[in-house]
Design a binder for this molecule. Structure first.
Ligand SMILES: Cc1ncc(C[n+]2csc(CCOP(=O)(O)OP(=O)(O)O)c2C)c(N)n1
Ligand SMILES: [Mg+2]
Length: 373
């Protein structure tokens, strides 16, 4: 291929008798020569899935959960949907400062929550209230926080660390805790829960690096809801999946259907127990979708295509699990009514408690911020 044709690339190579020379190498021959030296993914991963959208399970893949545990998963998802609706109403009534909807993301959170054990720690974003409630966060504390009071929970006791607003930061906190668990040989795991947008942050990438180097007992769990405010996932990163971002850091990555609670549970359980036994950290990408607004301060009609929302509404994680349970004779209309009533009673009691809490004094804020327990 001649240089004049303009399809060659220039490389500087040593030539006998001359220190270096410019030589044209054709694009195809250099690619052939480099083939064995360019790292690449063997294949694009397919999301791991157990339940299809009609709630039919893939034979042989159902996790080992009792009938009560399976019903419990669904009850938590119903709780999440009710919590979300109430959160929105309360914000619109001026009783909460802000609310970040979680509608559509219930399975991702409930699957993770079911896999966590007492003594594990979670470092969350603002869109994680369901898994935090499952792990023991007092709902009154949650509502108090959204009413603008300081974060009063005791993280060491509950295992739930403060909601992180600085995008991606909590990945470092989780990996730091996971390194601590490993060094102290404690049988606990730290979870860093983030969104898709957070995976572009330096903090997240540094956390992956530290996790790999120090074999942290940690799991970085990404709820890929396809949007970071108005930035779509397709513009967020040129990486084909977020799960593969672990590879370059020696961290295993798994892609899972985030609207399939059984699959999320199975993957989270595998990743958490793997980390607990010192076999390595994992990056989990749960594919889901943000059906609602980013927060109550956002107007998604300005950027989010309605057809896209509709496509994902048809993959709603709640009916998917409900159909599975009904088919197995584990759920019916009475159970549904009871689950909704129970969730609302718990939520409303916590709201009343939070509303009766006095606004803290300046001293109380400082005391809470500097407390070392
Ligand atoms: C370091 C930093 N940069 C920017 C922001 C503003 N911000 C708040 S939420 C958000 C989008 C985050 O998207 P993603 O990580 O996908 O989480 P999601 O909100 O979708 O759950 C941004 C950019 C911030 N809070 N922190
Ligand atoms: Mg997002």
């Amino acid at each position: 291929m001649s240089i004049a044709e303009g399809v060659g690339i220039w490389v500087i190579v040593p030539v006998e008798g001359v220190s270096s020379a410019l030589v044209a190498v054709s694009a195809s021959s250099i690619e052939q020569a480099l083939a064995a030296s360019i790292p690449s993914l063997a294949r694009v991963p397919q999301p791991f899935r157990i339940l299809d959208v009609d709630g039919r399970a893939e034979a042989g893949l159902e996790p080992d959960l009792s009938a009560d545990e399976l019903r419990g998963l669904y009850r938590w998802m119903v709780f999440g949907r009710q919590l979300d609706e109430r959160g929105l109403q309360l914000q619109r009534q001026g009783r909460l400062g802000v609310w970040g909807p979680m509608i559509g993301q219930e399975a991702a959170q409930v699957g993770l929550g079911q896999a966590m054990r007492a003594g594990d720690w979670i470092f969350p974003s603002y869109r994680e209230a369901i898994v935090l409630s499952m792990h023991g966060l007092d709902l009154t504390d949650l509502f108090a926080y959204y009413r603008g009071l300081y974060w009063p929970a005791n993280p060491r006791q509950s295992g739930v660390f403060p909601i992180q607003i600085v995008i991606g930061d909590q990945s470092l906190h989780a990996v730091g805790a996971g390194i601590g668990f490993a060094l102290q040989k404690q049988p606990h795991v730290a979870i860093g829960a983030v969104g898709d947008g957070a995976t572009s942050q330096g903090d997240f990438l540094e956390a992956l690096n530290f996790a790999g180097v120090f074999n942290a007992q940690a799991v970085l769990f990404v709820q890929n809801n396809h949007w970071a405010i108005s930035m779509p996932r397709t513009h967020q990163t040129a990486s084909e999946t977020l799960a593969q971002k672990g590879l370059g850091h020696g961290v295993s990555g798994v892609l899972v259907d985030g609207n399939d609670v059984l699959a999320v549970y199975a993957v989270s359980h595998w990743a958490i127990e793997r980390a607990r036994s010192g076999r390595g950290p994992t990056l989990v990408e749960a594919l889901t979708y943000r059906i609602g607004a980013h927060t109550t301060a956002d107007d998604p009609r300005r950027y989010q295509p309605p057809e896209e929302i509709e496509t994902w509404r048809r993959q709603d994680p709640l009916p998917r699990l409900r159909r599975y349970l009904e088919r197995r004779g584990l759920w019916n209309a009475d159970a549904e009514t009871e689950a909704v009533t129970d969730a609302l009673a718990r939520i409303d009691a916590a709201v009343a408690d939070a509303e009766s809490r006095p606004v803290p004094t300046l001293e109380a804020y400082i005391e809470a911020a500097t407390r070392s327990d």
